[in-house]
Design a protein around this ligand. Structure first.
Ligand code: IPE
Ligand code: IPE
Ligand code: MG
Length: 249
């Protein structure tokens, strides 16, 4: 990018770069409705949604956001017709395979969060490969929530902690919030500061129940494939206009 263009870009967005959310969570909703409005199959909406995702991650990384978690497939999404589930899995597989090329310039570190046991052997292998290939990069950490459910994550944490108790390393009365935090898929990462959900729905749908405890929530009416980098900037501005108190005064 030319320096002039770079300067303009920085000036245009008018957000305070010293007060960025460290971790943004995104519930990417509305792909199906986007397709329906155009008389297209739902799959076309998911494809357009994947394009939207690339642009948003790039923008978040350029701004200097440290973590972004995107809800790609919930533990409840298996209820959808098999053809749609298969399409979503293929799309996610492509995303992981291409991540090295498409997101290389942006230096994105990719991780998958969620339960892997129900995923195909091929998908599990690809996740490992992509995580390994991108782990030493220096840019934003992108968590792809894939077969993810907030409740399942807490069950998983309970099992980890239960095993530590059983093995005698941990007394039940000494279990702390830190022990739970360390047993989540997002261990070591900061809590979500800003949660964005598109499509006008105002619910969590089982997304990051522990990590959003003090997140600022921004609900956007646009459908996910219509959500553009400038909309992300708008959400960050709204975040920066909020007074966070964390229970204090
Ligand atoms: C979000 O879009 C993508 C996934 C859940 C995978 P939807 O597919 O939920 O789109 P709507 O909500 O039906 O419009
Ligand atoms: C949440 O969207 C899951 C993802 C965005 C992956 P859904 O479309 O599945 O949520 P509900 O069913 O409207 O609550
Ligand atoms: Mg939906």
């Amino acid at each position: 990018m030319l320096f002039e263009a770079f300067k303009k870009k920085k000036k245009d967005h008018e957000i305070d770069l010293s007060n960025l959310p460290r971790h943004i969570g995104v519930i990417m909703d509305g792909n199906g409705r986007w397709a329906k409005k155009r008389g297209l199959p739902r799959s076309a909406g998911h494809k357009a949604g994947a394009e939207s995702l690339k642009k948003i991650v790039t923008e978040a990384n350029e701004l200097g956001v440290e973590y972004i978690t995107v809800y790609a497939f919930s533990t409840e999404n298996w209820k959808r017709p098999q053809a749609e589930v298969d399409y979503l899995m293929d799309l996610l597989m492509d995303y992981l395979i291409n991540a090295e090329k498409t997101l290389a310039g942006e230096n994105v570190r990719i991780r998958a969060i969620g339960s892997r046991a129900e995923l195909s052997e091929e998908m599990r292998r690809q996740i490992k490969k992509t995580e390994e290939l991108t782990k030493d990069r220096s840019g934003i950490v992108m968590n792809i929530a894939l077969n993810y459910g907030g409740r399942e994550e807490l069950v998983h944490a309970a099992r980890v902690i239960g095993a530590a108790v059983k093995n005698g390393g941990l007394e039940p009365e000494s279990i702390t919030e830190e022990d739970i935090e360390k047993s989540l898929y997002t261990a070591g990462q900061p809590d979500v500061d800003l949660l964005i959900r598109t499509s006008g729905e105002q619910r969590l749908s089982n997304f990051m129940l522990w990590q959003v405890s003090y997140a600022e929530m921004v609900f956007v009416n646009k459908l996910w494939p219509d959500f553009k980098p400038k909309d992300l900037i708008e959400c960050i501005k709204i975040f920066q206009g909020r007074g966070r108190r964390f229970g204090g005064i």
